[in-house]
Design a protein around this ligand. Sequence first.
Ligand code: R5P
Length: 292
Amino acid sequence: MRIIAGPTSTALSRRIAELLHSRIVDVESKVFPDGESYVRLTAPVRGEEVAVIQTLSRPQDTSTIQLLQLVSAAKEHGAMKAIAVVPYFAYARQDKRFLEGEVVTAALLARLIKEAGADAFMTVDAHSVDSTKGFTIPVTNVDASPVVSEKLLEMKLNGASVVAPDEGALDRARSLARFLAGEAFAMRKSRDRATGKIVMADADFDVSGKNVVIFDDVISTGGTVTEGIKILRRHNPSRIVVACVHALMVGNALDRILAAGSEEIISTDTLPTTVKTVSIAPLIAEELSRSA
Ligand code: R5P
């Protein structure tokens, strides 16, 4: 398998290629002064199975068009099979029509990725089951819990209670809790779809004297986990650590979360980020070796 190193995932691509002993296809890329994207594969891919690794980091729209261009370039240049590996699947939170007149952008992207020529799609902790429903090609959703838990176990958080900031994130919390040998709970959160304002109900579970890990898929502005920390602190936990899979960390999210009382913020390297990361590369490499 050849690894096409998308411009947003060059370091991660190298790690994955090393683990798989695969050759890298470097990508020449630029954004023209008017904002249009250009990509070029710098090595032949004819007859090869390729994994195009391109996370949809900011600016998401540019990253997305580059992904489509790379998948298309691989197939136009004769790749036998192209797996679109998108560690962070942007727009996954728009997995429904929440308000009349909206578009399910996650499903639209699914159609575009297939149309570009992808034979399979792989991502890490997709926001929800609905977010990948639009794909009509095989989908692999890598669970980041094994690598996130390694870091947390190093921090002596075995037995910690894992708290999901909303009920939609409870399965993810349960998965992490299994690795930590702790319990999983969910907070009850609602968001005003027009203003984006979050309302979180008081916790109906007991964390007093316990170590707590708040685990979410995405941290964007930090509003969700900050609200969660404020509520949990009323119940006197012993330690609070925030973990996520995709650390977008918009604006002062990091300072906000630390100021609210989190000891540390742990994330994976699906995105370039300012927080402490643990690499997702081994899990992606393992899945790719299975599909090869
Ligand atoms: C939403 O349901 C997601 O899982 C995250 O909780 C959310 O996107 C985090 O955003 P923010 O950090 O801006 O609150």
